[in-house]
Design a protein around this ligand. Sequence first.
Ligand SMILES: [Zn+2]
Length: 406
Amino acid sequence: MDDISLLTYSNSTKRNVQNLQKAYRKCLKWARTHGSRFNPNKSELIHFVGRKRKPYRAPITLEGEKIEPSKSIRLLGVYLDEALSYKVHLEVLNTKVPALLAALRSITSSTWGTTLEAARTLYRGAIRPVLAYGALLWCPEDLEKAKGLSKSLQSIQGRFLRTITGAYKATSIEALEIEAFIEPLDLYIEKSASQGIARQALRGYNSDGKQFREALRNRFRRRRRPTPRTSLPSPRGPGEPEKPGITEISAAILADKSSEEYRTLFYARWGKYRRALEAFYATKWKNRWGKSDKGRDIAIYHPHPTKKALDLYKNRPKPFSSMLIQLRTRKIGLNSFLKSARVPGIEALCECQKEEETIEHFLFKCPRWEEQRVILNGLKTVKEALETRENSEKAVKYLLATKRLE
Ligand SMILES: [Zn+2]
């Protein structure tokens, strides 16, 4: 017998333990009549108590074995702590990142996977699902309000994005998300959690889940009377879309889940919901990017998130993509940026002594590169030079010909 969870709730941990012992005895009885047995010393106990101050947590005795409560447990691969917060899960997630990064690096540095596209596919298909695993259980309903968690997730994604794109550390994560067309990680994870809840609802488990979530939530409101959660949507700002809801399936149809009727309805509602959810989170990203004061150098090319961003990097070798993204984000090893990044011993002035070595100066004005400038073929502005696939190829060729970054 493997992996059985017993769950109960009441006002005291002592009462909970009594309930659990009662339930355990029932299980034992069942096991005996089914030629099965439990292993009490492998059992774990946790009290989900929120952040209540009282330190005493009742232990439990099963078949004479005393089990002290743990501070956190692993359940189906998700780490839950006493406060049912995401903290322990996030800590564990962070410890997984270096190995995942190393895997991504080793694959993308091999000969066949040297493009941004390949790294992007790998991240989205194999790494991101690991990061989002079990989101249904640990992700707060409105992740945007859990600022600390959102930030941590963003910085995790930032590490992968720098590996995928070859951008400088100083480059804003928001800009790299747009360039690689990968939505912010907090939005992706919140979306995964919503999908999980919707699937539960379509299987008819919504009211059980809701009841339990609400009971827990009320428990966590420290020194406050329990308040029932209203189902009113949180206030939206202008231009903010409404989060789609799932339409539950009637009990009559749910009664026979093997029926054609149930299956048809399930897929129809699920498909509709998923499309609505995709649109909802796409708008969220678009609005966030529109309001962001970060990554503005990229906003001149892409005022909205768009898949077209990838056209520039299609079938380009990784060094090409890295150079292009460094030019476009203006985080590149020219003196002007290095000075602003406080690299010791570097002044912003160009070696030609005429002015600061900015992207404009480097591409169009510096007298040191007059010979190479024919490659640019009359291009005049940074936007013009870096916006299209054709022109950006010239810009990168020019950069290579000057050997300025070698
Ligand atoms: Zn110069």
